[in-house]
Design a protein around this ligand. Sequence first.
Ligand code: HAM
Length: 414
Amino acid sequence: MIQAPRGTFDILPEDAPQRKLVEIEAERVLGAAGYRRIETPTFEATELFARGVGETTDIVQKEMYTFDDGGGRSLTLRPEGTAPVCRAYLEHGMHKLPQPVKLWYLSSFFRAEAPQRGRYRQFWQVGAEAIGSDAAETDAELIVLLADLLDTVGVRHDRLRLSSLGTPATRAEYREELKAYLHAHEDQLADEVRNRIDLNPMRAFDSGDAGTQAVMRDAPKLLDRLAPDDAEHFARVRALLDDAGLSYELDPTLVRGMDYYTRTVFEFTSDELGAQSGVGGGGRYDGLIELLDGPPTPASGWAAGIERMLLAARELPQAADLVDLYVALATGDGARTAFDLAVEARRAGLQAQLELAGRSLKGQLRHAGRIGARYVAIIGDDGVATLKDMESGEQHDTGVRDVIPEILRAGRVL
Ligand code: HAM
């Protein structure tokens, strides 16, 4: 039997209501703040991600599904949504619109990662991007919106980690300072940290080794090295989050997987998720639009994984499927009448299903009960139907033509 590729999954009918709820809530929460929906293509020119996300990132180096389009052009299944949205912003001249342009999306993304619970090779994100504003209010608003979305979807135990990365220049200087500090304490570091000082000094902050942790307690922190205007911007984001009553942890070791971030970065995590604890995250990316040949344009945004949100959410109330009318057949003769009645019922706004499997009358009634039908119309001869109220058990004969008006008169119990 052919199976779905490793790290992918089917979204079955029983999974659909929860996912629909996330979509409805995203539309409501983001729509109320002026975000409008955008969808970009599933694949893009590889160069968009190489340039936008960064040549040296894990995503670009190891995780992209890249292929030749048959004409010598390299295409890639989108691993993330920010670079594509910025591409669309430029391609459609959105920089000429009143700024910021606020956009949201709900799409699937592709990363060739090692699959595990909460980590897939095709997964879904809801994301929001505000392009054309450098205000701290934009960052704070985005963070509050994500918190609200997680709340309405019922994501439990979320923590918000917050930091600022300053500018690329500040970061480069800081990296050198950190490398020098680590080299000066080499003898106290774990082997794997020592071997990676020049490659990835920031990793030292995540080490579980006691000696390394002791060294890192006194290590220089990027947050203490921010340029004055970056530090001021970050202080303002924090003050706005305080005003909004949102608690957060300052985490100077917060690293994100893309090179485009500047200034504010953040991540919501949930204890429900185990190793893959990130539910949603993002930050400011003031240099990205320019990197994609656009005018200097500040921007900020986030994305949250739908599967991780649902894994971390408490059981959501399931809306029961409604079936107002089940059209059953006493004999084979009424088949066309039954078909017409089901069509008419749907046109009248009722949820109606028709017997399609050739069951006995007893089997039809049992099936109608199983799918939760409120009424069953059993089509008899000469335009007569027996209308049965499945809840009370009451039944009476009526004209086929009167079935719909009778159900409509009884009203729908929601
Ligand atoms: P990201 O942190 O790479 O950011 O992904 C955002 C969210 O997508 C994660 O928090 C996680 O919930 C989900 N996610 C990522 N990879 C996987 C996976 N392999 N399986 C399941 N879920 C996953 C971005 O993608 C940025 N574009 C966010 C952003 C928008 N920054 C600024 N604007």
